[in-house]
Every structure is written in C-alpha cells, then in structure tokens.
Design a protein around this ligand. Structure first.
Ligand code: SF4
Length: 219
C-alpha cells in the first residue's frame, strides 16, 4: 500500500510542480522542478562561488535544506548571520537587514506559488520581498510542493491559514493567530503581515530562478 501512495504522490507532485514551472517560464522567470531536495540543493549550490556575498530571506525551507551552512562551505560570505539577541532591538535589526538587499546572490522561499506562475508573499519588514523584486544580482526562490496553489485566491488563503500563523508562532509574536492558528486580520502592534506582494512576471532588473521541489518543505 505504501508503494502506491508514494507512486501517486510523486506523480501528483511532479504534475503540479512542472505545471507551475511551465507557467513561471511563460511569465519570464527561469524555473526548474526537482523531485527531491538533494537534487535541488545540488542545483542551487551551482550558483554559489567562493568570495561572493549571499543574503537569505527568513525561510524555514532554506533552514530545512541547510543552505546557509552549505553556502559557507563553498567559501561564500553570508551578508548577515542573525542571533536571537539581534531581535531585541527592532530598529537596529531593520538597519542591519538592509545589508542583505545588495548582495551577489539571494536565497529565499515564497509563501505560495500559483499554477499560473505567480509568486505570492506577505512580509513584515519588507527586506525579503524587496530583495526578491529588486536589489541582489541573482535571486533564487526555493519552494516545496506544499507551496503550490491553484490561483492567487488560494495562495492568499494558504498564507492566512498556514504560513502567517505558523511564522507568527515561530517568532513568538503576541498576535492572535499565534494562538488560534488562523488569521483574523488583526490590528495588533506586532502584526507581521504588513506588505502583500504578487510577482506575476519576472521583474525587469532582477534575474530570478524559481526552484520547485517535490517534497513538503517549510511553511
Ligand atoms: S494579520 Fe495578524 S492575525 Fe492575521 S496572520 Fe497576520 S499577524 Fe496573524
């Protein structure tokens, strides 16, 4: 029974993943699908070279892939390595994060990727979505198959039901969703959802590669 579940799941992941990749390409993005995280990591490390500066958007996908350590092992320099103490002074954190927007290479994930080839995201500080759109020489967006949504409406629903509440909980935010598990469109001062972006086509001035991976990764 497990074999048929694995086979059907692999088929479903590949079918929807490659549909999203084809749509992303039609929208001007470079895009590629891999069945496994190991293949995807090998591919992404091909963009890393010794001495270059690399920035990271906050991403549990990239943590699961251990990308920061692997990038350092290739001799690249991380633009920033945050510790829990860095979050204690929010204004200083904001100034520090600006360093990551001007790098040779930037890795991030996307809160959702639609089957018609759009990247849908919510951000709080704007460092992540700004870097995705404008700043670094090269941007690589890694997304597990769990990020694929039928359309933008489904993408926003995914973000309100899953991505934002889980990130609020991860960050120990005192927002309602960190307790209830769903978005209530709060007015809390610590609200993490402040910027809502949809990249329907590749930006003019930023080279973006989207890597879709046929495994569940991140939120
Ligand atoms: S708007 Fe508020 S309640 Fe909704 S996900 Fe964002 S922080 Fe949570």
């Amino acid at each position: 029974m497990t074999a048929i579940i694995d086979e059907v799941t692999a088929w479903h992941n590949r079918t929807n993943g490659t549909t999203a990749v084809e749509a992303l390409r039609k929208n001007g993005f470079d895009a590629v699908y891999f069945d496994s995280r190991a293949e995807a990591v090998d591919y992404m490390l091909g963009f890393v070279s010794s001495g270059m500066t690399v920035g990271f958007g906050g991403s549990m996908t990239l943590v699961e892939l251990n990308m920061a350590d692997l990038v350092k092992q290739k001799g690249a320099q991380l633009a920033l390595e945050l510790t829990p103490a860095d979050y204690e002074d929010f204004d200083a954190l904001g100034r520090t994060l600006k360093k990551t927007v001007q790098t040779d290479l930037y890795f991030t994930s996307s809160n959702a990727v639609t089957l018609d080839g759009a990247l849908v995201n919510i951000d709080g500080g704007g460092n992540r979505v700004t870097a995705m759109m404008y700043g670094p020489e090269k941007v690589i967006v890694a997304a597990g198959i769990n990020k694929i949504c039928r359309d933008e409406a489904a993408a926003w629903e995914r973000i309100r039901m899953i991505a934002a509440p889980k990130n609020a909980r991860r960050l120990n935010m005192p927002t309602p969703c960190a307790e209830t598990g769903i978005c209530v469109n709060c007015k809390h001062p610590a609200r993490i959802c402040r910027l809502y972006t949809v990249m329907r086509c590749k930006p003019f001035f930023t080279d973006v590669t989207v890597v879709i991976i046929g495994e569940t990764l991140g939120f």
